[in-house]
Ligand binder design. Structure first.
Ligand code: ADP
Ligand code: GN1
Ligand code: MG
Length: 362
């Protein structure tokens, strides 16, 4: 974007002084994020992805959840301004600004002196687990019925498989021929795709208020202490399954490899990382998960990894319209790392369940 294109959005907000710098920021795949400086003061400015059809509902969710969290954090004696996001309203008091092209923008307080990690290690992954577990703990009595569904059927893996099959059948970019192995990999696991939705329908798993996008880079760590400080990226806070929040974090962080690592020999599911996250997550949830939820955590890990791989492959087949990409094969590489991790998890499924049982009895 040129500086000229920022003129209307900058004019919609009240700044503490002249804007001195605007630059792309972070490694999110969905929104377009900028860091805006006014001298020493910094802000996060985000163009919300058009995938979110109802920015008003989305921003109401974020305003509601952050206000709720701030109260609980203050009650605990923790700093509400550092431990949750703060939405800065437009000059006319709105939660977001709509530009002349119809795109929605929001402004957030910048959390200074924090670090955002793109690759895992046991200490920080355990800290992330604690933060995502605590997020779930704090929101267990949030009024779920007030939340707007920002992306319908977001983690309905059966529905993701249906959309994937449609993309294969349509093959609008003529790419299906080059990914026959990956297509077969997903189709071979059709029966698995319904396991969690069936458990939900059978009343075995409760619907909770969940984050739904628990990637390691969606938690900011305190630069001084390493403590996981603030869960960010609240676009997908919706009623969902706790096991999916667990699983989505595992699919990204239970390996030392990057999500788009081209060399699959480097992409290995790591049980030590898995145990570290499990320990943190269970400590954060403070016993609020049911025995059935604990039993299904390994399924959450496997299915979120499979689902994410299918989503990357679907986007690759459809011409890369959903995720930001840096090159035309990035979604395919992302899909392959996820499928490699699924294979590893299938081989170590019993060991994963044993780790969970061990950690939950501590
Ligand atoms: P996306 O949905 O595209 O992933 P995010 O909301 O996760 O967008 O933001 C992208 C990145 O920007 C995050 O991974 C994090 O590094 C950074 N970020 C987001 N919010 C803040 C904040 N309030 N302060 C500092 N950094 C932030
Ligand atoms: C997206 O927004 P971001 O980059 O934190 C996506 C997740 C995927 C993830 C894969 C709203 O997360 O669902 O698991 O990419 N978010 C949305 O890296 O689709
Ligand atoms: Mg993000």
């Amino acid at each position: 974007m040129t500086n000229h294109e920022f003129t209307p959005v900058l004019a919609a907000y009240t700044w503490p002084g002249p804007v001195t710098d605007i630059r792309p920021y972070g490694q999110g795949h969905i929104n377009t994020t900028f860091c805006v400086s006014c001298g020493d003061a910094r802000f996060i400015l985000q163009k919300i992805s058009p995938a979110f059809r109802d920015p008003q509902g989305l921003m109401e969710n974020i305003a509601g959840v952050t206000a709720f969290l701030k109260k609980k954090l203050a009650h605990r004696g923790q700093d509400p301004m550092r431990r949750t996001l703060t939405v800065i309203p437009t000059g006319s008091g709105k939660l977001f600004y709509t530009d002349p092209q119809g795109a929605a923008w929001r402004l957030l307080a910048f959390l200074e002196d924090t670090v955002c990690h793109q690759v895992s290690d046991p200490v920080l992954f355990e800290a992330a687990g604690r933060a995502f577990g605590d997020f779930q703990f704090l929101l267990q009595d949030y009024p779920a019925h007030t939340l707007h569904e920002t992306l319908p059927r977001f983690h309905d893996t059966q529905d993701r498989l249906r959309l994937f099959k449609e993309a294969v059948a349509a093959d609008i970019c003529g790419r299906a021929a080059m990914v026959q192995w990956e297509i077969a990999f997903a189709l071979d696991r059709e029966a698995d795709c319904s396991v969690l939705m069936d458990a939900l329908r059978a009343g075995k798993l409760p619907l909770r208020v969940t984050h739904n996008d628990t990637k390691l880079n969606n938690v900011l760590m305190d630069a001084a202490t390493g403590e996981a400080l603030c869960v960010v990226d609240l676009d997908t806070v919706m009623p969902g399954l706790s096991v999916n929040d667990f699983g989505d974090a595992i699919r990204f962080g239970a390996t030392y490899a990057a999500e788009d690592e081209p060399d699959l020999s480097k992409v290995n599911f790591d049980l030590t990382l898995f145990a570290a996250f499990t320990r943190g997550f269970l400590a954060g949830t403070q016993g609020c998960l049911t025995d059935e939820e604990l039993r299904y955590l390994s399924w959450g890990a496997k299915l979120m990894t499979l689902e994410c791989g299918m989503r990357f492959l679907t986007d690759f087949l459809q011409g890369d319209t959903y995720y930001h990409i840096q090159d035309p094969l990035q979604n395919l590489r992302r899909c392959r790392t996820q499928f490699k991790l699924v294979q590893d998890m299938e081989r170590q499924f019993d060991a994963m369940s044993a780790v969970i049982a061990g950690e939950s009895s501590n």
